[in-house]
Design a protein around this ligand. Structure first.
Ligand code: FE2
Length: 428
């Protein structure tokens, strides 16, 4: 038997060592030792081999636009939305497509091979929708790109958003989005959750709503989202993104809310980099962190992933397209520092995010799509600690990115010539 590629001797996320044989687009064999010919052998000895990184929350129509036409001076969500509103009329199909493709190149180099991007449906031209549908087709050989119809300026608040969101779904956008906390009233927000879930149910689509992205403890649209998910039988197909108001909610109310979210089978997608930088902007001190209650949701049995949300856009002046940065920040803000919790944070940006997006074809198992990443780290926790380099990225059976191992040359008398970033071996 021969394979197209064998990835040899890598450490899998569970700590075991294995060879992985790839034929065509699939993983054909995994075992302690594969004795076979291969078109290409990748030596992964001592390196972590993982299923690829997955980002379940992004805005690809806005990415890489930082500074156009100006920067967000206050750093708030609301100024970001206003600034995006100034940029929208200036967009062209070519500019959106060009930035999105440049972003996808960057993503591939970082082992990020599945992305769920919201796309604004409040521009009557639906230019970004057209551009990202085009990008989705172009990157399909190496990136799974899901698009969410996202009425950024409010499904009801923006006069043509309702009609345009439905048009975007007709054009082939995959998922129904929403922004209930940005509607004119709480009641309109509630109503928008109901109508958007009904649209998804009729069309057999998934739902992913920006939900309660505010510090207002009374913003409770997640309650309605859980209710509609259960009423319409959408369990497992609905995600609430952000849920930052939960950080500030009354503890008694949360003790009632979490079991309802778990029971409905609604997933949660906090976005740690953005939540920590945008929320709490009206606070003096003590200043709220603004990220939702991740450990508590996990304990309640709710599926929680971590999203990236923004890179170099009206809301965020930074971003390195690194899902390890996202998990690293999430781990800190949620204080998830036990060894098991840290390892789980790695799983959240790989395995759990893939589950939230319904990407059953990803995973390190025979018959799954041969998409994986070789990291310059010995374990999941080390990958997080070092935000490890991606030494090799394989997408659908093809090597799409490679990089040399980093080596610093030290010139200090009496000291070694290199620095071993992996020198610390945790006890046990
Ligand atoms: Fe977002």
């Amino acid at each position: 038997m021969s394979f197209d590629i064998i990835v040899r001797g890598g450490t899998l996320p569970d700590g075991s060592t294995a060879d992985i044989g790839i034929s065509g687009e699939k993983i054909a064999s995994i075992g302690p030792r594969i004795d076979a010919e291969a078109g290409k052998i990748i030596d992964a000895t001592g390196n972590l081999v993982s299923q690829p990184f997955v980002d379940p929350h992004f805005h690809m129509d806005a990415t890489l636009s930082y500074g156009i036409p100006r920067i967000n001076a206050s750093g708030t969500l609301l100024e970001g939305i206003a600034l995006w509103g100034e940029l929208k009329p200036l967009l062209t199909h070519e500019a959106v497509r060009g930035r999105a493709l440049a972003y996808c190149d960057w993503a591939v180099s970082m082992g990020l091979l599945a992305i769920r991007s919201h796309v604004d449906t409040c521009d009557d031209r639906l230019l970004a929708v057209e551009a990202l549908l085009d990008v989705k087709k172009r990157v399909a050989p190496y990136i799974d790109l899901q698009l969410v119809a996202f009425p950024q300026d409010g499904f009801y608040r923006s006069p043509t958003a309702r009609e345009n969101t439905i048009r975007a779904l007709d054009m082939g956008v995959d998922i129904v989005g929403g922004i209930p906390h940005f509607e004119r009233t709480m009641a309109d927000g509630t109503r928008s959750v109901t109508e958007l879930c009904e649209i998804a149910e009729k069309r057999g689509l998934m739902v992913d709503m920006h939900c309660d992205e505010t510090d207002d403890p009374l913003s409770r649209h997640i309650e309605q989202l859980a209710y509609e998910t259960q009423r319409l039988g959408l369990s497992g197909r609905v995600a609430g993104s952000h849920l930052t108001s939960m950080h500030s909610m009354d503890n008694y109310y949360v003790s009632k809310l979490l079991p309802l979210i778990a029971e409905a089978g609604v997933s949660a997608i906090p976005n740690p980099l953005i939540n920590i930088v945008i929320q709490g902007r009206h606070d003096t001190y003590p200043k709220r962190r603004g990220m939702t209650r991740v450990p508590e949701m996990l304990k309640a049995g709710i599926r929680v992933g971590f999203g990236q949300d923004c890179v170099l856009d009206p809301w965020y002046p930074l971003g390195a397209v690194d899902m390890l940065d996202v998990a690293f920040m999430g781990l800190h803000v949620a204080q998830m520092t036990s060894p098991a919790d840290m390892a789980h944070c790695f799983d959240m940006v790989t395995k759990v995010n893939a589950e939230i997006m319904g990407l059953d074809h990803l995973g390190l198992a025979v018959g799954k799509t041969a998409s994986l990443v070789v990291l310059d780290a010995g374990s999941r926790v080390e990958a997080l600690r070092l935000r490890a380099d991606r030494l090799c990225v394989i997408a659908k059976g093809k090597i799409v990115a490679e990089r040399e191992k980093r080596a610093t040359r030290l010139s200090i008398a009496g000291r070694p010539a290199t620095v071993d970033r992996r020198h610390h071996k945790p006890a046990g």
